[in-house]
Ligand binder design. Structure first.
Ligand SMILES: [Zn+2]
Length: 290
């Protein structure tokens, strides 16, 4: 191509630019994150919940997932950190007064929800967050404007317990502006910080879980010992032999059950190590609609 006198290369031939499809793909991903359930990939429909990582889900999808963790193939990759309904918060969202039918642009429908303070659409263009105590959702800029400036002394200088609480501008419930805000669909860097925070919280919980696991193992251990003691004093050799076979079978079964049990217990506390955390969380993707 070119340099043979036969053709003149122009800019398009020489400059490698991102293909248009890739850009459209990114826009689709953003739209998927903000308009669709991260788990079921269906359009967000109230009640909508969010996890500690600020992902958005339809509540019914999360309930389905909690009942059967395999119901969505990649469910554990997306929200493996959600162990119960206590790990998600039901959001108070403000429906967008602009409906899809009244929009001129058919290709990009208006977002389903808006910030009640600024009326900005919740579509990924501006950062949004929710208050973890009451679940109200605002644009970051809107909430910041309403709360007023946060003097460093107010935000950092004091312990969370003694710091003056703010009031939610929508439901007037008290919240802490440092501890109780969760960014919705954070960027990669912020998501990592949120993951670390979640992992730290899980690690402190897992300590008591370890004890429980040890207790379970102990119970099974003593059961086995008891059974052996009962068999030993038998005087009739044939009965002793046959019952020993039965007991051995039972012990085998018990062993299997114990192995299975500890696996289940283990899976409950998988989030204990940070390394594992970064794996199962970072595997989450939103590419199904892209
Ligand atoms: Zn509120």
């Amino acid at each position: 191509m070119g340099n043979d006198g036969g053709s003149i290369p122009d800019r398009r031939d020489l400059v490698k630019s991102k293909p248009k499809a890739e850009q459209a793909d990114k826009a689709n991903q953003v739209r998927a994150r903000w308009g669709f359930c991260a788990l079921s990939k269906k359009p967000l429909q109230e009640p909508v919940v969010s996890c500690a990582l600020g992902r958005l889900y339809n509540k019914d999808a999360i309930i389905e997932f909690l009942l059967d963790r395999n119901v969505y193939g990649d469910g554990d990759d997306i929200c493996g950190h959600v162990k119960s309904l206590k790990d998600v918060k039901t959001l108070t969202l403000t429906p967008n007064p602009v409906k899809a039918s009244s929009s001129d642009d058919v290709d990009i429908p208006p977002a389903a929800f808006v910030c009640p303070l600024t009326m900005k659409e919740m579509n990924g263009a501006v950062p949004f967050l929710y208050i973890t105590t009451c679940g109200c959702v605002f644009s970051q800029a809107g909430l910041k404007a309403v709360l007023g400036p946060s003097p460093q002394a107010k935000a950092d200088g004091q312990e969370p317990g003694t710091r003056e609480k703010d009031l939610c501008p929508q439901c007037t419930k008290k919240f802490d502006r440092v501890e109780d805000l969760c960014t919705i669909n954070p960027g990669p860097e912020e998501e990592e910080i949120m993951m670390e925070k979640l992992a730290a919280a899980r690690a402190s919980k897992a300590k008591s879980g370890k004890k429980r696991k040890a207790a379970v193992a102990e119970i099974f251990d003593t059961k086995d010992k008891k059974r052996e003691r009962v068999v030993a004093p038998s005087t009739n050799p044939s009965i002793a032999a046959s019952s020993r076979i039965v007991v051995e079978g039972l012990a085998e079964e018990e062993k299997k059950r114990l192995a299975h049990m500890s696996d289940a217990v283990k899976s409950l506390y998988q989030g204990k190590s940070t390394k594992a955390d970064s794996n199962w969380i970072s595997r989450g993707t939103f590419t199904r609609y892209a």
